[in-house]
Ligand binder design. Structure first.
Ligand SMILES: [Zn+2]
Length: 167
């Protein structure tokens, strides 16, 4: 799910929602809440720097590993001093303003570059996969909300038709 598509989907949903609110539709507040929730999820994975999200994901997984809830190592490389095994994010992925974080590259590109040099870092792969899953879930939710809005609009139209036919 690419970022532009997701942002478009959010905008479309927001526009539809606005027209529903203008019509003071009784379902508007409920759909507005759903939209806010989906939007928060979108922001957590797509807005801002993906390295931050990956950092949070990594710390969670590291905790699980330390608590014995995870058997698989976070990185499968041979280096016993690998930072990923010690609960630290590699320098290039955590340091703000360093060369690797320059504005010409996106967080995702930096992660890809990192994986090129350290392909055994399974936890980073997992983080990127999870982000992709969450993006798909959020896009599905936006589409569901749009369908619910269309339905709500149709209900109003049908109500009006009935009123007219009674008159
Ligand atoms: Zn490693």
């Amino acid at each position: 799910m690419d970022r532009e598509r997701l942002l478009d989907l959010r905008e479309e949903t927001e526009d539809k929602l606005k027209s529903l609110e203008l019509g003071r539709h009784p379902k508007a507040p409920e759909l507005d809440d759903r939209f806010d929730e989906a939007n928060q999820r979108l922001e957590s994975i797509l807005i801002g720097d993906i390295s931050e999200w990956v950092g949070r994901f990594y710390r969670q997984r590291y905790q699980r590993r330390m608590n014995g809830e995870r058997e698989e190592p976070l990185c499968k490389c041979q280096n016993p001093r690998c930072v990923l095994k010690r609960g630290e994010l590699p320098y290039g992925l955590r340091r703000r303003g360093s060369a690797i974080r320059d504005s010409r590259t996106t967080g995702r590109e930096r992660l890809a570059t990192y994986l090129d040099g350290h392909p055994e870092a399974v936890v980073i792969d997992e983080a990127l996969e999870r982000q992709e899953e969450l993006a798909t879930e959020v896009s599905r939710e936006f589409r569901d909300i749009q369908r619910a809005i269309n339905q709500a609009v149709d209900d109003v139209v049908n109500d009006n038709v009935e009123t007219v036919s009674i008159l």
